[in-house]
Ligand binder design. Structure first.
Ligand code: SF4
Ligand code: SF4
Length: 180
């Protein structure tokens, strides 16, 4: 058995103000091939994030991939475009935009969005239509920090190590028992 579970980023809806700083930061770090820097004014392509703000009259919070241990999206992908590296599940360049993973993901963590390269929208060969591919959180694969966590002005996002979380809850519960 794996010694640890995959980690993931989660938002606290009690802190999130819906400013979308996380979506913009996510788009920036994942679009270096489009010459996008980390400052306002360098974005020449639309914001293409990998976490998605959900808003209604009662709450707002971004939803992102939980990096499931038995990932339904990876199991369902007919093109083997969803892979695991360490504790990161990511979508690679083999994605054909068939939407199977969108249907398989239980929390709606995947979106189909246009593909840009060198600041140009990629056009699908044969159909002369924009090419759409699946995007989801890859925990900023290959980077030291998580862009969304760094960018959030409300500190509403955190990286969860669920085993560590459980241990802390157990300790809290045990301390609660001692106070009885
Ligand atoms: S995209 Fe959805 S199904 Fe796939 S690993 Fe993330 S949360 Fe799980
Ligand atoms: S949309 Fe892409 S990643 Fe999703 S199932 Fe289809 S080929 Fe796989």
């Amino acid at each position: 058995m794996k010694e640890s579970f995959n980690t993931f980023v989660i938002a606290d809806p009690n802190k999130c103000i819906g400013c979308k700083a996380c979506e913009v930061a996510c788009s920036s770090v994942h679009n270096e091939e489009n010459n996008i820097g980390y400052t306002v004014g360098t974005m020449t392509t639309p914001v293409i994030p990998r976490l998605y703000l959900v808003k209604n009259e009662k709450f707002c919070a971004p939803i992102q991939c939980r990096h499931c241990e038995d990932a339904p999206c990876a199991n369902a992908c007919p093109n083997k475009a969803i892979k695991q590296e360490g504790d990161i599940i990511y979508i690679d360049e083999n994605c054909i935009g068939c939407k199977t993973c969108l249907m398989a993901c239980p929390i709606g963590a995947i979106e189909l969005l246009p593909h840009y390269k060198n600041e140009e929208k990629v056009i699908q060969l044969g159909l002369e239509e924009e090419k759409l591919i699946a995007y989801k959180c890859d925990l900023c694969k290959g980077k030291e920090t998580k862009a969304c966590i760094e960018a959030c002005p409300q500190n509403a996002l955190r990286l969860v190590d669920i085993k560590e979380d459980k241990k802390n809850k157990n300790i809290k519960a045990a301390l609660g028992l001692m106070n009885l």
